[in-house]
Design a protein around this ligand. Structure first.
Ligand code: IMP
Length: 435
């Protein structure tokens, strides 16, 4: 399976980073295809914890080609800081490649993100305030500045000027902010360009070559299906497409280059930021999931909202992404909860019931889960290394998910450590040597 796409099947934070990190060992290339440093991955390696925001999750394998695709938006300050941090810890980052066509998050994007959210007041989206939306907006408006522009001062200055001019009105409250000075900004970004130059590359041919050789390429998604700007709970979404189709656009390959698409889902559900969440739990069980699952954002530290597993949204994710497998993470967090509820349909306004994901926002906002109760388990499952090691009720939980989704479970997370992952079915032959 040379082309394997890994996407979030819920609202992000499903544990994609760990899944990609484990798969990376067998891969020739790992490439991110959308999003930016709104993402956050925590990887635990030999008792050390690493937090990534931009660099693909495979970077901990020395020299592994880890590419930031053209579909990603890059804050060069954040990237250089992330690289400095990794180098200080002795990590070899020589395998990093950044697409020359990736768009740059500029200082005014951050200010616009803040200003936009403040203006929305109670209606705010709860963005990560990393400038993601304004950067993608400039890309679509053809006012974006790309990685390659960092290498030519004259062009960089012209483009910054052209991009800032139409924003004058909105940026007026920050007019005296030194970060908006054209000269200072150009100088600063030129310096960042010098530092990043060794990594700037034409990333698509790197992927093509690996695929042509029949080697594994992992396309790493960020955020999740329900945060997709087209298919998610708009407007409470991010400004890119976290769905699998975007792997082609954001990395520069065609649909035929994709062999498998695995969706990562937690054994329950979480969401950060505002927007509909039909299975949300606000009482004791919700708090328990947050505490036991350590559900606090890697990027913003915000408390995540928690809820029961939502199979309506997950069946939708299977279809939208064309999932061929599902990786269930954090199964251990459910240990000791009995019974466990799982939403199999939604109950909407006026007694309506929905087996499929309702497209209309007003309906979704008023929908709540209609649950089946599944029996829980008390045993500590973190020592399990195959499905057979799991208590019967945990196995039955996974079987129920797989039946409802119509796709096999390929990986199961039973704890944060690298070896606390079960590999089954199509994933078995991608199991890293040490796991
Ligand atoms: P933005 O991507 O910063 O514009 O934020 C838009 C929405 O997506 C907000 O609800 C964020 O909380 C959410 N979001 C963005 N990135 C992530 C992520 O990596 N995990 C979970 N939620 C995210």
């Amino acid at each position: 399976m040379p082309g394997l796409v890994i996407v979030g099947a819920q609202w992000g934070d499903e544990g994609k980073g760990k899944v990609v990190d484990l798969l990376a060992e067998q891969a020739e290339v790992v490439i991110r295809f959308q999003g930016g440093n709104n993402a956050g991955h925590t990887i635990v390696r030999e008792r050390e914890t690493y937090k990534f925001h931009l660099v693909p999750s495979g970077i901990l394998y020395p020299g592994k080609i880890c590419a930031v695709g053209n579909g990603v938006v890059v804050d060069p300050k954040v990237l250089t800081e992330e690289l400095d941090g990794l180098r200080r810890r002795g990590v070899d980052v020589s395998g990093l490649r950044i697409s020359a066509n990736a768009h740059l998050i500029m200082p005014y994007h951050l200010l616009l993100d803040h200003a936009g959210e403040s203006r929305l007041g109670k209606l705010q989206i709860g963005t990560t305030r990393r400038g993601i939306g304004p950067c993608y907006a400039d890309k679509a408006a053809r006012l974006g500045i790309r990685m390659q522009d960092l290498l030519d001062e004259k062009i960089l200055r012209q483009k910054i000027y052209a991009a800032m001019e139409p924003k004058r009105q909105t940026l007026r409250p920050f007019a005296k902010d030194p970060v908006l000075d054209l000269h200072t900004m150009t100088e600063e970004y030129r310096t960042l360009g010098h530092r990043l130059e060794p990594y700037i590359a034409d990333t698509a041919p790197i992927v093509w070559d690996a695929l042509d050789r029949g080697n594994l390429v992992v396309f790493e998604g960020a955020q999740g299906t329900m945060l997709d700007i087209d298919h998610g709970t708009y407007p409470f979404v991010t400004s890119s497409n976290p769905v699998a189709g975007a792997a082609c656009v954001g990395a520069g390959v065609g649909p035929k280059d994709i062999d498998e698409v695995w969706g990562v889902a937690k054994a329950y559900a979480t969401r950060v930021g505002a927007g509909p969440f039909p299975t949300e739990l606000e009482e004791e069980t919700g708090r328990r999931l947050r505490e036991v699952g350590r559900e606090f954002g890697t990027t913003t530290g915000r408390e995540r909202r928690t809820g029961w597993l939502d199979l309506v949204a997950l069946r939708y994710a299977v279809r939208v992404n064309g999932l061929t497998g599902v990786a269930i993470t954090k199964l251990d967090v459910l240990t000791g909860i009995d019974p466990i509820n799982v939403a199999v349909r939604y109950l909407g306004p006026e007694g309506a019931s929905f087996d499929t994901f309702p497209y209309h926002q007003s309906i979704l906002h008023k929908s709540v889960g209609d649950y089946v109760e599944l029996p829980g388990w008390e045993e500590n499952i973190s020592q399990a290394r195959s499905l057979d090691d799991l208590p019967a009720n945990a196995q039955a939980y996974l079987d129920f998910i797989s039946e409802q989704l119509g796709v096999p479970v390929v990986m199961v997370g039973v704890g944060p450590a690298r070896d606390e992952m079960l590999w089954t079915g199509a994933a078995e032959r991608l199991r890293p040597a040490a796991a």
